[in-house]
Ligand binder design. Structure first.
Ligand code: F6R
Length: 263
């Protein structure tokens, strides 16, 4: 795992933009129609700064999403895609409507229908048909979840319906009129799906994420901390602000390693 410690959430967003643009290279320049990319996207508060950076650079003509396809990690069950709190609405409002991505190439799990098992299987197949995810953006829950893979999730899980923990529902209640309005289940990419991405960029900011980050980066690999499986990923980068990094025991080492990193 590569660990990058930043001073602030703003610096996390900037660094994530620079790293993602560098990694995706020509695929975000739209000069070569052959150079395409598949993005894995997250919702929640954490990636908003990165999305703002992408939007600004897209508006300035520095990057283009014309050759990109995107797959979101998850969607709540039990609320329509048109609901203001749905992740469909979130992505439209916070990213897609501001950039030049083709809406027909943006995918979010569909939870409106009756057969969610079929919807999940279809989603997995679509990711595969698109050639797999090149770069997966992740946030992390205070309980160590990624996507909505809550503690106890199978490390090899595909996209499926998961029940949200009480803690996740409490954490996400800030987006809803009350906790009673927070859905109890979601359709989420599995840990197996996430691990199949060629590269992963996990972002975390704030003291509330410090313990989950410590357990993910330095703890044992355990289903009780789903994000800890990322220790097995060959190309996982974790970008943190000082508060989220504050419980890491090897923080000086990570800072030093980054300073001396060969480009
Ligand atoms: C969102 C997602 C979740 C969030 C996590 C952190 O699509 O999959 O894993 O990344 O709950 O949420 P925030 O960033 O709001 O703290």
């Amino acid at each position: 795992m590569r660990i990058i410690v930043c001073e602030s959430a703003e610096e996390v967003a900037l660094k994530a933009a620079v790293e993602s643009i560098e990694y995706l290279g020509e695929a975000l320049s739209a000069t070569n129609p052959e150079a395409t990319c598949v993005l894995g996207l997250a919702t929640g508060s954490t990636p908003l700064g990165l999305y703002r950076e992408w939007i600004e650079r897209n508006r300035a003509g520095e990057i283009s999403f014309r050759n990109a396809t995107s797959f979101n990690l998850d969607e709540y069950c039990g609320i329509p895609a048109s609901d203001p709190q749905s992740y469909h609405t979130f992505m439209h409002e916070n990213l897609f409507r501001h950039i030049d991505i083709d809406p027909a190439k943006t995918f979010i799990p569909v939870t409106d229908g009756d057969d969610l098992t079929q919807s999940a299987e279809r989603y997995e197949a679509m990711i595969e048909e698109a050639g797999g995810i090149d770069l997966q953006i992740l946030g992390i829950g205070s309980d160590g979840h990624i996507g909505f893979n809550e503690p106890g999730s199978s490390f090899s899980s595909p996209t499926r319906v998961k029940t949200l923990t009480k803690r996740t529902r409490e954490d996400n209640a800030r987006f809803f009129p009350s906790i009673d309005h927070v859905p109890r289940t979601a359709l989420t990419m599995g840990l197996g799906t996430i691990m199949s991405a060629r590269a992963i960029l996990l972002l975390a900011t704030g003291k509330g994420k410090a313990k989950a980050i410590r357990d993910t980066v330095e703890g044992p690999i355990t289903a009780m901390v789903p994000a800890s499986i990322l220790q097995f990923h060959p190309y996982a980068t974790v970008i943190l602000d000082a508060a989220a990094a504050s419980e890491l025991s090897l923080i000086d080492y990570y800072v030093d390693a980054e300073r001396n990193r060969q480009r």
